[in-house]
Structure formats: structure tokens, C-alpha cells
Design a protein around this ligand. Structure first.
Ligand code: FAD
Length: 411
């Protein structure tokens, strides 16, 4: 039997790649390695309803397994420690070598920690996995003082959930406003006010300089000199790409694994490894909407879009299909999209608001349901709303045309 297609990472990107391979006609063996003990599951509820529900179970978040991938071999609880791309082999952390016909990297991200010691400190938590959510959920009891380091998506969502569970919540953020990058000033200010109205405190423009407590979190000292007592510290300060296991190979893994627009992993000289692909949060790829510069986009729809693309190209390649060259050359332009639920606040966005040089209220009112447009010059590069979903979605196509208009022309 021929070597399998090996997928490393048994989450959204890995699962969707296996499905795309089957849908595109590849019927050969597929082996998926995942270091978590769980079959693929959905992460967004981990900071929202699942965390708020008090009981965190795999059943509540598991992705349904489709019949087409029933014969995929899932090697869960098995970490890949290294790879040799020249010899087409991966090696598990236990030293088992597995040959592959093609390799798909779907290893995602892991949370950055504040200090090396906090990973082992009782009362300090990071949130990426189901097991993380189970541990954090048990600690969020009414009256618990919680400090959240980081005011991005995960920090704000955990703040809302912890507050709803009756915790005393303080958010510490290095920017001036929470979620400032993805929302822009007006909406970020509005969001902060809504959190404050529900009892969350903010210390913005500073960061946690020290954690107080030897074996157990007792509080934090901030860079501005103030001290906050707490029993729970949630570290939501960003993420690191899981690419160390590829070190020693000719790849560019700086800020995500660089690929071409067909999701083929690139060598440092820019030429593709024909049989190595990357999908999801770990991939840094060029999106035709935004020009040639590769970027990693860590939103939920991107693992699916990149997996569909990689699975199709790889299936054509494995079949020796003459359509491969055309498929590789096809325009790849997935529209980034994110949502975030905090209390009854439902944020939905398309595009990349962070690129904007100007923000305009398109509909509704600040403090109520509202939609903001994010512009580069006259072109809409992003749209984000609280509520008003149909109004947000109305602008989706326009956002996807960013960069397509000749300079000076608008529609
Ligand atoms: C708490 C939370 C809330 C979120 N909420 C939203 C939201 O509201 N909206 C939104 O758009 N996005 C949200 N996201 C982001 C979204 O979940 C991610 O974009 C998505 O999970 C990425 O999927 P992925 O398959 O690329 O990577 P991941 O889901 O990170 O999966 C990678 C898998 O690979 C495994 N792995 C890593 N290294 C190895 C190795 N060497 N060997 C074997 N296995 C390995 C990891 O353990 C993991 O299981 C949220 C994420 C989190 C954590």
C-alpha cells in the first residue's frame, strides 16, 4: 500500500482538509495526527456559551464526522515531534517514523504565556483547548476576582463570560482600548463602555509586569506600578504558531508558515514544496484581495477556505490530473470574517478593518445596534456591526472587491 497523506493537526483545518481530499476524488489512505486526545471540535464556544454553561464536554463542541471521511485514520493523543521534508517522513514524539505521500500542516496556534513560570502556576490559565476551558470553567465561581491580561477577542469574551458567572473582572490591555485593531477606535470605545456598564473594570495602556504569588496566583503588578489582587489570572496576550516541529527544514516559519496561494509550503527561496501544504491559523498565505503579501488570518472561516483549496489542489496532483496547473493558478481570495459574542452583544465583521485609514458609521447608532465601514481612501476594506447582521452582510461583496478597482474609481 502506498504511503498515506499525513495531516498534522486534528482540528478544524485538519478535518476540513480530509473532507476536501475525499470530495475532490482522492480515495487513498489519510492519517491525521493530533496531540490533543479529542476528535476535532469547535473552539469558539470555549470562551462563550460552553464556558458560561459550567459544564465543558467534548459532545457539546464536537464537529460531526461525515461518512466520506469514515476511513480516515485518526491518531489522537499523538504529537509529531519533527519532520524531514526531503525524505518525506514525520516522527512522533515517541520516535515512531511515518512516511508520507503528501503532508498537510494544520497545527494552528498556542497561547503566548506572560512568563515561563505562569504555565505551572495554580490560578493562571490560558484558553485554547477543551481541556483549558474545563479547568478555567471550574475556577470561575461567583465572587472570584479575575484579572484578564489581554484585551483582544479571547480576553473580551472571557471577561463577558466571567462577569456573567458573577466574577469580579478586571481587564489589563496594552492598547488604549479593547479590540482596538479589529474594531477601530469608535467601536472599541463603544464596546468598552458596554463592558463597563456591566461591571468590568479596565486598566488600559499598561501590562502585567509581574505575577504575585509563589505557587498560587495572589495578584498582579502592572507596569504603571499599580497592584491588583486576584485568585484567577487569564493570559490572553496573543498566540504562537505551532511550527517548531518543522525546524531544520527549508521553510519560512516566521510569523506563520509561508505558502503560495495554492497553500503549498514555500522554501526560503520562494519555490514550493510540491507535496507539503499548510492550512488554517498556522498558514501565512497571499490573499488576492490584499495583494501578494502573505499574511496569516486567524479567523474561523479561514481553516475551511484554505483546507478546501489545499485539498483540491493536492487531490489533482496525486491523480496526475492535467488540470493541476490551472487549479494552482486560480485566484484565491477568501474574505476574512469574524464574529464575537459578548453578553448579548453580537459582533460580525467581514474584510480586514485593521487596514483602514478611515472609519465611518454606516447605520444605526453608537451604543445601540450599529454598523461601521472601514475605508482605505474611498474603498471599503472592512465592515463590522453590533447586531444588524443583514446590513453587515449587505456590504460583504463590496469588501471582497477591495483592491480590484483602478485607482481613483469607486462604485
Ligand atoms: C477560545 C477561542 C475562541 C475563538 N472564537 C472565535 C470566534 O468567535 N470567531 C472566529 O472567527 N474565530 C474564533 N476563534 C478562532 C478559531 O477557533 C480558529 O481560527 C480555528 O480553531 C483554527 O483552526 P486550525 O485547525 O487552523 O487550528 P487549531 O484549531 O489551533 O488546531 C490545531 C491542532 O493541531 C494540534 N497540534 C499542534 N501541534 C501539533 C503537533 N506537533 N502534532 C500533533 N498535533 C499538533 C493542536 O493541539 C490543535 O489540536 C477562537 C479560538 C479560540 C481558541
Amino acid at each position: 500500500m502506498s504511503d498515506p497523506v499525513v495531516i498534522v493537526g486534528a482540528s478544524l483545518g485538519g478535518l476540513r482538509t480530509a473532507e476536501a481530499l475525499r470530495r475532490s476524488g482522492y480515495a487513498g489512505p489519510v492519517t491525521v495526527f493530533g496531540d490533543e486526545p479529542h476528535a476535532p471540535y469547535n473552539r469558539p464556544p470555549l470562551s462563550k456559551d460552553v464556558l458560561a454553561g459550567g459544564e465543558v464536554t467534548h459532545a457539546a463542541v464536537a464537529f460531526p464526522q461525515r461518512a466520506a471521511t469514515a476511513d480516515v485514520l485518526w491518531r489522537l493523543g499523538t504529537r509529531i515531534g519533527s519532520a524531514d521534508l526531503e525524505r518525506r517522513r514525520v516522527r512522533t514524539a515517541d520516535g515512531e517514523e511515518v512516511g508520507y505521500r503528501a503532508l498537510v500542516v494544520a497545527t494552528g496556534l498556542r497561547p503566548k504565556r506572560l512568563f515561563p513560570r505562569t504555565a505551572a502556576l495554580a490560578g493562571a490559565f490560558a484558553l485554547r483547548t477543551l481541556d483549558d476551558a474545563g479547568e478555567l470553567s471550574a475556577a470561575l465561581t461567583p465572587g472570584t476576582r479575575v484579572v484578564i491580561a489581554g484585551s483582544g477577542f479571547v480576553g473580551c469574551e472571557v471577561a463577558a463570560t466571567a462577569r456573567q458567572l458573577g466574577c469580579e473582572v478586571t481587564v489589563v490591555g496594552s492598547s488604549g482600548l479593547p479590540m482596538l485593531g479589529p474594531l477601530g477606535e469608535a467601536l472599541a470605545e463603544d464596546l468598552m463602555e458596554r463592558h463597563e456598564q456591566r461591571g468590568v473594570s479596565f486598566h488600559m495602556g499598561t501590562h502585567v509586569a509581574e505575577v504575585i504569588g509563589r505557587d498560587l496566583v495572589e495578584g498582579v503588578r502592572l507596569a504603571d506600578g499599580s497592584e491588583l489582587a486576584c485568585q484567577v489570572l487569564v493570559e490572553a496576550i496573543g498566540s504562537v504558531h505551532n511550527t517548531e516541529w518543522l525546524s531544520g527544514n527549508d521553510v519560512d516559519a516566521d510569523l506563520g508558515l509561508r505558502t503560495d496561494s495554492a497553500m503549498r509550503v514555500l522554501r526560503v527561496d520562494g519555490s514550493p514544496w510540491p507535496d507539503v501544504f499548510a492550512v488554517g491559523d498556522v498558514a501565512r498565505f497571499p490573499n488576492a484581495i490584499y495583494g501578494d503579501t502573505p499574511a496569516s488570518i486567524e479567523h474561523w472561516n479561514i481553516p475551511t477556505e484554505t483546507a478546501k483549496r489545499a485539498g483540491r489542489v493536492l487531490a489533482l496532483q496525486l491523480a496526475g490530473d492535467p488540470g493541476l496547473a490551472d487549479a494552482v493558478a486560480e485566484r484565491f481570495a477568501p474574505i476574512p470574517s469574524f464574529w464575537s459574542d459578548q453578553y448579548d452583544i453580537r459582533l460580525l465583521a467581514y474584510g480586514l478593518p485593521a487596514l483602514a485609514d478611515r472609519v465611518e458609521l454606516l447605520a444605526g447608532r453608537r451604543g445601540e445596534d450599529c454598523v461601521y465601514g472601514y475605508f482605505v481612501g474611498a474603498e471599503l476594506v472592512g465592515v463590522c456591526g453590533i447586531g444588524m447582521r443583514s446590513e453587515v452582510m449587505r456590504h460583504r461583496d463590496e469588501v471582497s472587491r477591495y483592491g480590484q478597482l483602478p485607482i481613483g474609481e469607486t462604485d
